[in-house]
Unconditional design. Structure first.
Length: 254
C-alpha cells in the first residue's frame, strides 16, 4: 500500500513507475530481512520456573519482536545477576520489584508493571498472629535469597541469627512443616505454586497467616538499552488495553 501511494504521486511513464516500484520493493524486502538485534536479559533459575515469569517471558518476547529485537534469557544466581548487569555483560533483568532501581542506579525501570503481587507470611501454626513485620522479631524466619522486596523488610526487624536463607523454596516449606522454622516469607503467587505441588501431608501443615505488603514487578534495562524503556512501557500498556495481555494469560492457565 505504501508503494502504491508513493507511485500515485509520480505523473510519469509506466516504465519509470515499474522501475521505481522495483526499487522500493527491494528496499522494503531488505528492511524486512534485516536481522533483529539481540538483547540479553538475566533471570534467576527459581524465578524462571514460575508460571508468572514464564508469562512475562512470553509478553516481552512479543514486545521485543515488534521493536525488532530478539530476546535472549541468561540464567544466573541472584548475586551474579546483579554484577553482570552492572558490568554491562548482560543488558538488563527480566523481573525485579518496583524499588530495585533505587539501589541499582545503572538500571532503568520500565514503569508499566508486568504484574502486581503480594508478599505473604506462612507458618506451621494457623493461630500465629502477625499484624506487622515487627511481629516476626523473635521468630526463626526463612526466605528465598535474592528476593529484595522480602530481604529488605526482614533485615529491618530481625537479627541475622534469626534468619535462614534458601535457594530451594520447596525445601524451605518442608522444613517449615517440620517446625524447624517458625515462619517463611515469600511472594504469594510463587510460594503457592510450590506449596500445591508438595505432598498433602506437608501442604496441610502450612498456613498463610499474613499478607503484609503489596508491590509490582518490572523489567529493568542496563545503560545500553535504557532508551527502550518508554517504548516498552507504552507497548505493554497497549497490549493490556487491546486484550492481548489477558489472552496470553488465559492461554497460560489452560
Amino acid at each position: 500500500m505504501r508503494i502504491n501511494f508513493i507511485l500515485s504521486s509520480f505523473g510519469t511513464s509506466a516504465a519509470v513507475k515499474r522501475s521505481i516500484w522495483l526499487c522500493l520493493l527491494m528496499a522494503e524486502l531488505a528492511f524486512a530481512a534485516e536481522p533483529r538485534k539481540m538483547i540479553v536479559l538475566g533471570v534467576t533459575a527459581p524465578a524462571l520456573k514460575s508460571a508468572q515469569v514464564q508469562f512475562a517471558k512470553k509478553i516481552y518476547n512479543d514486545i521485543f519482536a515488534d521493536l525488532n529485537y530478539q530476546l535472549k534469557l541468561e540464567i544466573l544466581p541472584s548475586i551474579r545477576l546483579a554484577i553482570q548487569t552492572k558490568s554491562g555483560a548482560i543488558d538488563g533483568e527480566l523481573i525485579r520489584m518496583s524499588s530495585y532501581g533505587k539501589t541499582q542506579k545503572h538500571l532503568t525501570r520500565v514503569d508499566e508493571p508486568i504484574f502486581e503481587f503480594v508478599v505473604a507470611i506462612y507458618a506451621n501454626d494457623k493461630h500465629l498472629s502477625i499484624a506487622s513485620w515487627s511481629d516476626l522479631k523473635d521468630l526463626n524466619v526463612g526466605y528465598r535469597r535474592g528476593v529484595k522486596v522480602v530481604e529488605n523488610e526482614l533485615f529491618e526487624v530481625l537479627k541475622e541469627n534469626n534468619l535462614v536463607q534458601f535457594t530451594d523454596v520447596p525445601r524451605a516449606l518442608r522444613i517449615l512443616s517440620m517446625k524447624r522454622l517458625d515462619a517463611y516469607v515469600g511472594i504469594e503467587s510463587l510460594t503457592d505454586e510450590y506449596l500445591i505441588r508438595l505432598p498433602e501431608k506437608i501442604e496441610s501443615t502450612i498456613f498463610k497467616v499474613s499478607k503484609p505488603k503489596k508491590d509490582s514487578a518490572h523489567l529493568f534495562l542496563g545503560e545500553r538499552f535504557s532508551f527502550l524503556a518508554p517504548d516498552i512501557s507504552i507497548a505493554l500498556k497497549k497490549m493490556k488495553r487491546s486484550g492481548r495481555y489477558d489472552e496470553i494469560k488465559k492461554n497460560d492457565t489452560n
